[in-house]
Write a protein that binds this ligand. Structure first.
Ligand code: HEC
Ligand code: HEC
Length: 406
């Protein structure tokens, strides 16, 4: 009785492998450009009507009755992800703080390194204590096109890291970290979202942001934040989890449906931008600011089994101008999140798609011009930054024009 059963099982396995590689070959030949535009239109993951509804949820303002706070940063996702379309970027920054212990290890400020900027009750306002002397601002990041970023195979990120010269003794060596997938407890995946690559999935980030930005507890992050370690229970009237309608899934669907960030095609076609684009590669900017990445094939199971890459996001070529790896370029913010102490002074390469929509650059927003941003690159980027310095003034300007086209 057992024998025939085993035969059937192995037949099924062989058949599946065959189909799997067949699909891979066909789609491998036909990777296509991801749709890119600032047009509030779906990339095809959701219908347009569902996209419009999800966008409205992403734009919804939460009030105290909905569970806002008690400590929080803003009332809606769109408050910080809005320019020039919902989901993109903003000038708003956030505050993190902590200190070093006797062994030089980073320790969070009481209640966590995020210092919330607002509270529904003035008595619970968070402020940085004097002893928490490692401090940084972090600017808001773009989420547009992040469904494609989520669909990148972790092995692709490892391969990019391995291709960087520092892994064989040179200066540039991106660090790949694996982080917990909140919706698939016990599973980890290659981090790619946030300044510290602290998340791998958009649903994990949504759960984290709903609590940490807006103060709405949810099924992934069910406990309220404290005010610098002090319980806020006395002013928190809404039972946890406060996200009773699973908005976190809707935020995720919205982000997964956004198109990639488009180029300024008119500017990109000018002779200065074309020359700048070539110089960008020649001096080595593209070692970290990677121009093109292809997402996993449709049908690939990711996020610890919680998500299957759909046709709209699979086998798509994107141009993020980033490697989604951590580097020490001398700007390190001193904070540790999911990557351990070795990542304290590292930040993710800022993806340069959409750079033209930002007027305050780098993680802290303290560089106001592209040139200032580039000249701040040190550490792993010292050699490349020196290559930039040795260009003629005209050539440096051509790189800036190229950046303005991104
Ligand atoms: C107060 C401003 C603010 C609000 C409100 C806010 N965000 Fe963000 N968002 C940020 C900042 C700042 C970052 C960078 C965080 C970091 O790494 O320190 C970020 C990063 C992200 C990222 C990572 C993007 C990437 O490519 O790395 C996602 C995804 C995201 N936010 C989703 C959301 C969602 C969903 C909401 C609503 C629940 C939300 N955010 C609300 C400021 C905000
Ligand atoms: C070793 C990797 C590496 C190299 C090489 C590199 N960058 Fe960067 N770049 C980064 C990282 C990491 C950040 C984010 C740093 C921060 O915010 O503290 C960044 C940020 C930037 C920003 C700021 C974007 C914004 O809006 O905040 C610009 C502009 C930029 N890089 C341009 C360049 C150019 C041009 C070159 C080549 C001359 C270059 N980079 C070479 C890693 C690199």
């Amino acid at each position: 009785m057992n024998r025939p059963r085993a035969v059937v099982v192995s037949f099924v396995v062989v058949f599946t492998v065959f189909v799997g590689s067949f699909v891979l070959t066909v789609e491998g030949q036909s990777a296509t450009e991801a749709p890119a535009a600032f047009d509030n239109q779906t990339n095809g993951f959701l219908t347009q009507a569902a996209f419009d509804a999800a966008r409205a949820t992403f734009e919804e303002r939460d009030e105290i009755a909905d569970g806002l706070g008690p400590v929080y940063n803003a009332q809606s996702c769109t408050e910080c992800h809005q320019n020039p379309v919902t989901g993109a970027i903003s000038q708003i920054n956030e505050l993190r703080a902590g200190h070093l212990d006797g062994n030089g290890n980073f320790v969070d400020a009481p209640g966590g390194s995020l210092i919330n900027d607002r509270s529904i009750n003035a008595q619970f306002q968070e402020r940085v204590p004097g002893a928490e002397n490692v401090r940084t601002f972090r600017t808001s990041l773009n989420t547009q096109g992040d469904g494609f970023v989520e669909a990148i195979n972790s092995n692709t990120l490892v391969a990019i890291a391995n291709s960087q010269p520092g892994q064989s003794g040179g200066q540039i060596a991106g660090q790949f970290i694996q982080v917990p997938v909140l919706e698939a407890p016990g599973n980890i995946r290659g981090g790619r979202f946030g300044w510290k690559n602290q998340h791998a999935s958009l649903l994990s980030f949504s759960g984290d942001a709903y609590l940490n930005e807006i103060g709405i507890t949810n099924r992934l992050v069910p406990a309220e934040n404290t005010s610098m370690g002090r319980s806020v229970a006395s002013i928190d009237t809404v039972p946890d989890p406060e996200d009773t309608t699973n908005d976190i899934d809707v935020f995720t669907d919205f982000m997964r449906s956004t198109k990639a960030v488009p180029r300024d095609t008119a500017l990109a076609a000018t002779s200065d931008a074309i020359a700048g684009s070539q110089l960008f590669d020649q001096v080595g900017c593209n070692i970290c600011h990677v121009r093109s990445i292809t997402t996993s094939t449709a049908g690939t199971v990711i996020n610890g089994g919680a998500f299957t890459v759909p046709a709209a996001l699979g086998n798509k070529i994107i141009h993020p101008f980033g490697d989604f790896l951590l580097h020490d370029i001398g700007t390190g913010d001193g904070i540790v999140q999911n990557g351990g102490q070795s990542t304290r002074n590292k930040v993710r390469t800022m993806p340069l798609w959409g750079a033209r929509t930002r007027d305050r650059h780098m993680h802290d927003g303290e560089s106001l011009t592209f040139t200032d941003s580039i000249l701040r690159h040190a550490g792993e980027a010292t050699g490349v930054a020196n290559n930039f310095r040795s260009l003629s003034a005209n050539q440096r300007n051509q790189i800036v024009v190229f950046l303005q086209s991104l």
